[in-house]
Design a binder for this molecule. Structure first.
Ligand SMILES: [Zn+2]
Length: 113
């Protein structure tokens, strides 16, 4: 959405410079503001969900590799593991996200890994 919104803002600026505050400028700014508000509403009411599909076996068995970090996933069905994939949304769904973030913050402060 950043690209179209930026393009619309440039178009509004060009209309303002060439024609002054004419009707086309007002319409363009209204579309721009309406698009941004619509995007905010869509983002608020359709939160992201974790994709639990395993890339190896296709089952819905992905879970956090380590509950103390938001990195790494493993499949309960086939044992697939990937330490580089983010498990942020999985932690959010299980309700352990706050605990995990606080633990990682404490590790950064103390330097203990
Ligand atoms: Zn699997």
């Amino acid at each position: 959405m950043i690209g179209p919104i930026g393009l619309l803002a440039v178009a509004a600026g060009m209309l303002f410079v060439r024609q002054g505050p004419a009707q086309a400028f007002v319409v363009t700014i209204s579309i721009l503001v309406g698009t941004v508000l619509l995007w905010v509403l869509v983002s608020v009411f359709s939160a992201a969900k974790a994709d639990k599909t395993c890339p190896r076996c296709g089952s819905e068995g992905l879970q956090q590799l380590d509950p103390d970090t938001t990195r790494g996933v493993t499949c309960a069905a086939c044992g697939f593991a990937d330490e580089t994939v983010s498990s942020f949304y999985l932690a959010e769904e299980t309700g352990s996200l706050e605990h995990t973030v606080l633990l990682e913050r404490r590790r950064k402060r103390t330097g203990v890994i």
